[in-house]
Design a protein around this ligand. Structure first.
Ligand code: MN
Ligand code: MN
Ligand code: MN
Length: 279
């Protein structure tokens, strides 16, 4: 199969490269089909589309939606949709509001914990309009002189820490509906990352499928061959299409690069057979 990547981020959400830089990097690594899947926004797709045309690769419209299922945050990737479809447009507007509110609440709680100025600090890191936890993490990392960004998360940005805030994201089923109504394919992102029991994962997939979810990511950036084998079985059992993406965010990490994917077992029907290319 041609080299592809169906999950990666630009600086429009919390990546570090502009959409055009990301497309250029993908093209340089031999990627022929790419979906830019920024968090809760499609604002980078036009720029990415122009760059894709210049580089002669196919851009598939993409997004990674923050959703809620059984009181957990679950990410749903949308692929091959019409970005101007009204239902999706309204959903994205609501997500943007929730993200803005979250940023203000994170800043407020860090302020109370004795760290002022984090909203401005995160904005300076962001380069784009949408603020995510990653921007706060990178601001804190520099500001507090910590060794790893991971340490920042553990000390400040996870549950029961001063910079953690709960967000009531839209229900998984609702977000899947937006993607479907926009003519796209809804994909459960990185199923191995939610620490679910097998029973819970089955319930999650059944809820998603009930709303029209058609695919899961069988391979994502860091997944091991054992995890890919397990998720391939899950896909077969539930009759789901297979998707795969690097979840690339930054060229500052060498271990995950755009287009660097572990192969998906080729007996599985692939989501690429279902998605339309954006011209
Ligand atoms: Mn991210
Ligand atoms: Mn994700
Ligand atoms: Mn992602």
């Amino acid at each position: 199969m041609e080299r592809y990547d169906l999950h990666c981020h630009s600086n429009v959400s919390d990546g570090t490269l502009t959409p055009a830089e990301l497309v250029g990097r993908a093209a340089g690594r031999g990627v022929r089909r790419l979906a830019l899947t920024d968090h809760d926004t499609v604002a980078g797709l036009d720029e990415a589309g122009r760059a894709a045309e210049q580089h002669g690769l196919e851009l598939i419209s993409g997004v990674e939606l923050s959703t809620c299922w059984a009181r957990r945050t679950i990410h749903v990737v949308g692929l091959g949709f019409d970005p101007d479809a009204p239902a999706l447009h309204d959903g994205l507007a609501r997500l943007a509001e929730l993200r803005d509110e979250r940023a203000e609440r994170i800043a407020h709680s860090l302020d109370r914990a004795g760290i002022p100025g984090s909203l401005e600090g995160a904005r300076a890191v962001a380069r784009g309009p949408s603020l995510g936890r990653n921007h706060f993490a990178r601001f804190l990392w520099r500001h507090l002189n910590l060794r790893h960004v991971g340490e920042v998360y553990r000390r400040y940005l996870v549950h029961n820490r001063p910079g953690y805030v709960h967000v009531a994201w839209p229900a998984l089923e609702e977000a899947v509906g937006w993607i479907r109504e926009a003519g796209g394919v809804a994909v459960l992102a990185h199923p191995g990352r939610y620490r679910l029991t097998k029973t819970k994962l089955r319930e999650l997939i059944e809820a998603g499928q009930g709303a029209g979810m058609e695919a899961i990511e069988v391979a994502s950036g860091r997944s091991s061959p054992a995890e890919i084998g397990w998720l391939a079985d899950v896909a077969r059992r539930h009759g789901l299409l297979a998707s795969a993406g690097s979840d690339f965010h930054t060229h500052e990490q060498s271990w995950i690069d755009v287009g660097r994917l572990k192969p998906v077992p080729d007996d599985l029907p692939h989501v690429l057979g279902r998605v339309a290319v954006r011209h």
